[in-house]
Design a protein around this ligand. Structure first.
Ligand SMILES: COc1cccc([C@H]2O[C@H](CC(=O)N[C@@H](CC(=O)O)C(=O)O)C(=O)N(CC(C)(C)C)c3ccc(Cl)cc32)c1OC
Length: 343
């Protein structure tokens, strides 16, 4: 359902959205008209901030101040930058078009986006020179880059009146929505991230992997498969911690299109976690759900009961695998059973 708006800047934004976000662009464009442009712009502002954070060609003494001031740059019609890779070069070079579209949004949406951008930029700056060591660091980093997205979206939902006022103050549940997705991506992308040139940025918490290896890249070696799987299963179990609160968040949604917008990525994530669990393929390739399989879930996803069924099916397959695995400890079973008992 490609949106082709009349004015140039908004047309650029939707073209950019479809270039950078594969399947998710379709989900954003199926949102109610009242939210569509605000979420499209929120997505692009976040991708621009992420492009600054990720660009290794930008020196730390330029990057850190820029991350912290970026929430002001999004109002500055002259701001643009030469950085990023692939389609992101266009996004950053033609950023004044994004700013023009951003400044056409209702002020209440601009304020939400700017405030989340400020909080996220601060958090990213904090982690430029700090490694993710403890699980607490891991949760904090994921809060900054993903939890805050859930919190900002919840504020947009409330402001639009499509969802109740309670979403304006639902930081805890919204945060779990982000951590569930982000931890799934971090687990899934182990090989892609560790092979990154020039220097890989890894987010697997050392407090966990340090009990299975001296260096994180040891998991690539076949002779370390048992240790690699032990660490993987522990991280999948940790990510599953967020499933019950994510379901609690989605049970509060009322608008069908907003519900689908939130539920589709969550179903993809629980499906990806089920595929990653005890799967050595995570260390030899990238584990991705087949498009046919996701399409099946995406088609019929319209209600909470459909969602419970999808979650329940994946949680059950996780529980089945973990009961076969004597290495899986009791809290993994407890978490899986909690996730499983929801359907
Ligand atoms: C209430 O909260 C949400 C409700 C619905 C969707 C998302 C969340 O889902 C996509 C889904 C998405 O982008 N999927 C990709 C798949 C992939 O990246 O592998 C896609 O289908 O292209 C996602 O992954 N992230 C990125 C973060 C996780 C960092 C937040 C994301 C980035 C910007 C926005 Cl506005 C939204 C999201 C939510 O955010 C928590």
């Amino acid at each position: 359902a490609k949106v082709l708006p009349k004015d140039k800047s908004l047309a650029f934004c939707y073209d950019m959205l479809n270039r950078v976000s594969r399947s998710f662009a379709v989900v954003i464009q199926s949102l109610p008209a009242e939210l569509r442009d605000a979420v499209c712009l929120f997505y692009l502002v976040l991708r621009a901030l992420d492009t600054v954070e990720d660009d290794m060609a930008v020196s730390v003494d330029v990057k850190v101040p820029l991350l912290r001031v970026f929430h002001e740059k999004i109002y500055d019609r002259s701001w643009k930058m030469s950085c990023g890779y692939g389609p992101y070069v266009d996004l950053m070079q033609q950023y004044p078009l994004v700013t023009d579209a951003f400044l056409r949004l209702k002020p209440m949406y601009q304020t939400v986006i700017a405030d989340i951008t400020r909080r996220m930029g601060e958090g990213m700056a904090e982690f430029i020179e700090k490694e993710v060591v403890t699980v607490k660091d891991y949760d904090l980093y994921c809060h900054y880059v993903a939890g805050l997205v859930g919190i900002g979206l919840s504020q947009l939902f409330a402001s639009s009146k499509l969802e109740s006022e309670e979403f304006a103050e639902m930081e805890d549940l919204a945060n779990h929505m982000g951590l569930f997705l982000q931890k799934t991506n971090i687990i899934r992308d182990y090989l892609e991230d560790i092979n990154e040139e020039p220097a890989p940025r890894m987010f697997w918490p050392k407090e966990v992997w340090g009990r299975y290896a001296r260096k994180l890249d040891e998991f690539k070696a076949p002779e370390n498969a048992a240790a690699a799987l032990g660490c993987l299963n522990e991280l999948v179990t940790d990510a599953l911690r967020h499933a019950p609160q994510s379901l609690a968040y989605m049970a509060k949604l009322r608008d069908r299109d907003v519900f689908r917008f939130c539920a589709i990525p969550q179903v993809m994530a629980i499906g990806t976690l089920a595929m990653c669990y005890n799967n050595h393929g995570v260390f030899t390739g990238v584990v991705k759900m087949r498009r046919g399989e996701t399409a099946k879930y995406v088609q019929q996803l319209g209600s909470m009961s459909d969602l419970y069924l999808a979650f329940g099916r994946f949680a059950a397959s996780l529980a089945a695998q973990s009961s076969e695995l004597i290495t899986c400890d009791k809290n993994a079973k407890l978490t899986l059973r909690r996730a499983g008992e929801i359907q």
